[in-house]
Design a binder for this molecule. Structure first.
Ligand SMILES: *[C@@H]1O[C@H](CO)[C@@H](O)[C@H](O)[C@H]1NC(C)=O
Ligand SMILES: *[C@@H]1O[C@H](CO)[C@@H](O)[C@H](O)[C@H]1NC(C)=O
Ligand SMILES: *[C@@H]1O[C@H](CO)[C@@H](O)[C@H](O)[C@H]1NC(C)=O
Ligand SMILES: *[C@@H]1O[C@H](CO)[C@@H](O)[C@H](O)[C@H]1NC(C)=O
Ligand SMILES: *[C@@H]1O[C@H](CO)[C@@H](O)[C@H](O)[C@H]1NC(C)=O
Ligand SMILES: *[C@@H]1O[C@H](CO)[C@@H](O)[C@H](O)[C@H]1NC(C)=O
Ligand SMILES: *[C@@H]1O[C@H](CO)[C@@H](O)[C@H](O)[C@H]1NC(C)=O
Ligand SMILES: *[C@@H]1O[C@H](CO)[C@@H](O)[C@H](O)[C@H]1NC(C)=O
Ligand SMILES: *[C@@H]1O[C@H](CO)[C@@H](O)[C@H](O)[C@H]1NC(C)=O
Ligand SMILES: *[C@@H]1O[C@H](CO)[C@@H](O)[C@H](O)[C@H]1NC(C)=O
Ligand SMILES: *[C@@H]1O[C@H](CO)[C@@H](O)[C@H](O)[C@H]1NC(C)=O
Ligand SMILES: *[C@@H]1O[C@H](CO)[C@@H](O)[C@H](O)[C@H]1NC(C)=O
Ligand SMILES: [Fe+2]
Length: 537
């Protein structure tokens, strides 16, 4: 591209500035790749997904270990659903090396039109049996941030002008963890209805589908600085299958499922937007699956539907909440059968740590008092988690942070964190969203060790080795560790060889992006400097 006159340079610069994306709004170029999201596909694969405001023919990822040479390609599909505003492009890359960093860009990456500079990087999972220490992040119950979500408009606790919200905190520390696991309640797009009845969103009821989808897009745009760089492993929560906030009445008007088009129900957007490694682990869709990363076997379960053995999930067609979703298994006990098979086939010498996450809790002080404890989840899952010596269980749903004891059948393990036989329970529903936090009773269940509902935050898991695992609650507002505890398991670590003892797993950095700029196009450098000049004006 050449600029013959200062005028055309300025026109070009204005066009560039006009194309900087506003979260949730369509860019000028409908092909522009947005919302890049990664997910592990075994230790030699990676799912790369992104959204566009139009369908793409042969969505393609260009990747390579050298930022100057993205000559490898993989193609996938572009899919949508009837009330979606966007198309979801999904590409699965295979044949990668474990624990290795790759650079990537996707179809139509064109940094005249980019809100962020590409290429991005991803790092493949360590093979099971590689006991190199690492850190993982977990966030639950995280909604849209900003004026249409968690903000000064929303409930207590409010963030002050100088506080980071949880997305900003996750983005700030993105180089400090290998993956982000999100066990349910993603975006809270269904709160559009409450925001409408509260007078915060200036929309009409006829615009329900569009408003819902636009909040979803806003969320995935906002989280892109994290999801473009780190695998974002999602688990279903009730807000993925809901658009009427469970139904409610204001004045004489009742808001119920009659308001909801199919695209807002039955996990439709969630099913379309993600690709989780269920093919790799024998699971089903984005509903239940497992994956290994180094010394850890991660298991994602669905607490909303498909509880098996005749148990009714809260979101089931005849469930207590009016979600009318599922089932997703091809037969009623599929999830439970899968869970037993998955847990029984873990090689604990390779992955000594087994961690399970599901959205709804069956232990939790707040859940107990509000009557939202998922008793059927307890009946469905707890026996298997005990039988197979699961180390840790993550839940959310209640907007509180609770570090509980290791628990078996309601009884705290007498060993506490010093070599317990029961799973250690963490409930962290404090990602933050429009509805603020929850209350808990004065009389706490005997298993509660730490509880708070005043500070938003996320969980950081550090796997030191096969015997020690630390959980930290990170305050989103300032990054401080509000609560920390270490679990010890007395077991022998098999001698293991790092799958990649020559290289360190590295994450993306500013330098990487700077290098990427040069690779994509030298014209981009002009773009960047033009923006810099204009920002001085
Ligand atoms: C950027 O997007 C606009 C709007 O779709 C498009 O017309 C233009 O060709 C794109 N720029 C380049 C350099 O491709
Ligand atoms: C680029 O990468 C491909 C595949 O990894 C390789 O075959 C090719 O030789 C590389 N080209 C250069 C110039 O390094
Ligand atoms: C934010 O930080 C600035 C600069 O340190 C300070 O002047 C201001 O009082 C702070 N505002 C709040 C709400 O804490
Ligand atoms: C709400 O939106 C309508 C239509 O876009 C507009 O006419 C009206 O001024 C808006 N009201 C407020 C309070 O923003
Ligand atoms: C609700 O309906 C009742 C009876 O029809 C009417 O008296 C009342 O004004 C209505 N209230 C509102 C808020 O519309
Ligand atoms: C939800 O979607 C699944 C998968 O397509 C389907 O089998 C099931 O019948 C749907 N449930 C409802 C209530 O629509
Ligand atoms: C719920 O609270 C009651 C006391 O109010 C207690 O007996 C019971 O164990 C609690 N259940 C759970 C699952 O915490
Ligand atoms: C936090 O929990 C306490 C104790 O139950 C309660 O008094 C308070 O209202 C709760 N705060 C919020 C914002 O729910
Ligand atoms: C495992 O890690 C913990 C915490 O860093 C450390 O105290 C312990 O010595 C380590 N164990 C072995 C066998 O290295
Ligand atoms: C960080 O925030 C927490 C609450 O979120 C507060 O208790 C703590 O004092 C803050 N630390 C610093 C260093 O500001
Ligand atoms: C790996 O990390 C260690 C410590 O951070 C460093 O000394 C070493 O040079 C790194 N090795 C490679 C191959 O990057
Ligand atoms: C090990 O990691 C380095 C740096 O990420 C990478 O260049 C190398 O290809 C990896 N080797 C294997 C065998 O995975
Ligand atoms: Fe929830």
């Amino acid at each position: 591209m050449r600029f013959s006159t200062a005028t055309s340079l300025l026109a070009f610069a204005s066009a560039v500035l006009a194309q900087i994306n506003i979260p949730g709004q369509a860019p000028l170029n409908p092909l522009e790749p947005l919302q890049h999201r990664l997910a592990y596909a075994g230790s030699t694969g990676m799912y790369v997904s992104w959204n566009t405001y139009t369908e793409i023919q042969n969505p393609t990822v260009y990747y390579g270990q050298n930022v100057w040479n993205l000559s490898n390609t993989a193609t996938g599909t572009s899919i949508t659903h009837p009330s979606s505003l966007t198309w979801n492009n999904h590409v699965k890359i295979t044949g990668l090396q474990p624990d290795t960093q790759y650079y990537y860009i996707v179809s139509n990456t064109n940094c005249y039109n980019c809100s962020e500079l590409a290429p991005y990087t991803f790092t493949t999972a360590r093979t099971a049996g590689d006991h190199t220490p690492y850190t993982a992040a977990v966030v639950i119950d995280l909604g849209v941030m900003g004026p249409n979500g968690e903000s000064v408009k929303s409930d207590y606790p409010k963030l002050t002008a100088n506080d980071s919200n949880t997305m900003q905190s996750l983005a700030r520390y993105v180089d400090g963890y290998d993956l982000l696991w999100h066990p349910g309640d993603i975006a809270y797009a269904d709160t559009w209805l409450r925001e409408y009845t509260d007078g915060y969103l200036n929309v009409t009821l006829a615009e329900s589908a569009q408003t819902y989808e636009s909040l979803l897009n806003q969320y995935y745009d906002e989280l892109q600085p994290v999801t473009a760089r780190k695998p974002y492993m999602v688990v279903p929560g009730n807000h993925e299958s809901n658009c009427d906030e469970g139904g409610f009445t204001v004045g004489n008007t009742t808001y119920d499922l009659s308001l909801c088009v199919e695209g807002q129900r039955n996990f439709t957007d969630y099913r379309t937007r993600f690709r989780m490694p269920s093919d790799e682990s024998g699971g089903v869709g984005n509903f239940w699956y497992s994956f290994d990363h180094g010394m850890v076997h991660y298991v994602s379960i669905n607490t909303e539907t498909d509880l098996g053995n005749g148990l009714i999930g809260e979101d089931d067609v005849n469930g207590p909440e009016d979600m009318d979703s599922g089932p997703f298994g091809s037969y009623p006990n599929e999830q439970i059968d899968w869970l037993e098979k998955d847990l029984s086939s873990v090689d604990r010498t390779k992955t000594p740590w087994v961690i399970v996450s599901g959205h709804r809790p069956w232990y939790g002080a707040g859940a107990n008092v509000s009557g939202t404890i998922c008793w059927n989840c307890k009946l469905a899952f707890e026996p298997l988690l005990l039988k197979y010596n699961v180390d840790m269980v993550f839940n959310g749903h209640i907007h509180i942070y609770e570090r509980n004891a290791p628990i078996a059948n309601g009884v705290p393990d007498p060993n506490e964190l010093n070599n317990p036989s029961a799973p250690w329970y963490i409930l962290n529903g404090l990602g933050g969203h429009y509805h603020g936090t929850s209350t808990y009773p004065e009389l706490l269940p005997s298993y509660v060790r730490y509880i708070q509902n005043t500070t938003y935050g996320w969980s950081r898991l550090t796997f030191h080795n096969c015997t020690h695992l630390t959980h930290d609650f990170i305050s989103s507002s300032n990054g401080s560790v509000l609560d920390s505890a270490t679990l010890f398991k007395d077991r022998q670590c098999a001698a293991t060889v790092s799958s990649n003892s020559t290289g360190n797993s590295t994450s993306s950095s500013g330098d990487v992006n700077a290098a990427g700029v040069m690779r994509v196009s030298s014209a981009l450098l002009i773009t960047v400097s033009v923006i810099a000049v204009l920002s001085l004006m």
